[in-house]
Write a protein that binds this ligand. Structure first.
Ligand SMILES: [Mn+2]
Length: 255
C-alpha cells in the first residue's frame, strides 16, 4: 500500500500513499477533497449528492472522519465499503486508533463517546483506522490533516505536525502566530483541514477545507480538476465551538 514507509519512534509509521491516476480511458476523473467530517454523515451524503458523484470520481478526505458528530459508524462504513473513498488520518482518528490498540492515551469525553459507538464493530473499525496514511500524494497536490512543517522533507515530517500543526512556534498547535501555510512555499499544493474557519483558508500553495460542519457551519469540498469549491450547510450544530487549547502531543522526529 505505501511505497515509502518510515518508522516514527515506536509510535506510528508516517505513511505516504500515492493517489490513483486521474485519467482512465480518456475520462476525466474528478478528485473531490472533503474537509473534516467528524461523524456528520447526513451532510456527507448531501455534499456527495450536490457533487453528483460519478462512478469514476474519487473522494479523498482530510481526516477527522470521526468524533464530535452523531454518525461516526456510518461515516466509517461509507469509507470502508466504497472503493472510491480514501482518507488521511486526523488527530481524533489517530487518538482513537492509539487507544483501540492499547496505548495509554487520554481521551476527551467526545472521543470516549465515539470509542463506545465503535465497540459494535471494533476490529473492523480498528483495521480501517490502522490503514489510514498521514499523507496522500496526488502529484500536484498533497492531502494531510493539519499541515506540514515548511522546509522539512515529507518523509521526515513528524506525525504530530501532520495531524496538529497550526502555527510556526514552540507550540505548533497554537492558533496565534504565523500560520504554517503562510510560510510553506510548495511546490505541491497542500489540501488540509483541522483548523475550522467560516470560509476555506487560501494561501499560495495551500487550501484549508474545514469549514466547521460539526459546529453548525458547512461541509466543504474542493474539486481539484475544476479548481472549484462546493459546500452544504450543517443540518444542525452538534458541538459548541470551544477554543480552549489542548496539550500538544509531541513526537520525536523521524531522523
Ligand atoms: Mn483535527
Amino acid at each position: 500500500m505505501s511505497d515509502r514507509k518510515q518508522s516514527l519512534g515506536s509510535i506510528d509509521p508516517v505513511t505516504i500513499v500515492p493517489g490513483t491516476d486521474t485519467q482512465r480511458h480518456g475520462i476525466m476523473i474528478r478528485t473531490i477533497v472533503i474537509g473534516d467530517i467528524h461523524g456528520c454523515f447526513d451532510e456527507l451524503t448531501d455534499l456527495l449528492e450536490l457533487a453528483n458523484l460519478q462512478s469514476h470520481d474519487r473522494v479523498v478526505a482530510v481526516g477527522d472522519l470521526i468524533t464530535k458528530g452523531p454518525k461516526n459508524r456510518e461515516v466509517l462504513e461509507r469509507f470502508i465499503e466504497d472503493g472510491r473513498f480514501s482518507s488521511v488520518i486526523g488527530n481524533h482518528d489517530r487518538k482513537l486508533r492509539q487507544r483501540m490498540r492499547g496505548e495509554p492515551v487520554r481521551l476527551t469525553n467526545e472521543q470516549q463517546k465515539t470509542l463506545e459507538e465503535l465497540e459494535a464493530g471494533r476490529d473492523r473499525y480498528l483495521n480501517y483506522l490502522r490503514s489510514l496514511p498521514y499523507v496522500i500524494d496526488l502529484d500536484s497536490h498533497l492531502v494531510v490533516h493539519a499541515g506540514v512543517r515548511p522546509g522539512v522533507p515529507l518523509d521526515e515530517q513528524m506525525a504530530s505536525d501532520l495531524t496538529e500543526i497550526r502555527t510556526m512556534g514552540a507550540d505548533p498547535t497554537r492558533r496565534k502566530g504565523v500560520a504554517w501555510y503562510d510560510v510553506y512555499r510548495g511546490p505541491k499544493t497542500i489540501l488540509f483541514g483541522h483548523w475550522p474557519k467560516k470560509k476555506p483558508r487560501r494561501a499560495e500553495h495551500a487550501i484549508g477545507l474545514d469549514t466547521g460542519c460539526v459546529y453548525g457551519r458547512r461541509l466543504t469540498a474542493y474539486i481539484i480538476e475544476a479548481d472549484e469549491f462546493i459546500s452544504v450547510p450543517a443540518r444542525m450544530p452538534y458541538q459548541d465551538m470551544k477554543l480552549k487549547p489542548k496539550p500538544a502531543l509531541r513526537d520525536s522526529p523521524l531522523t
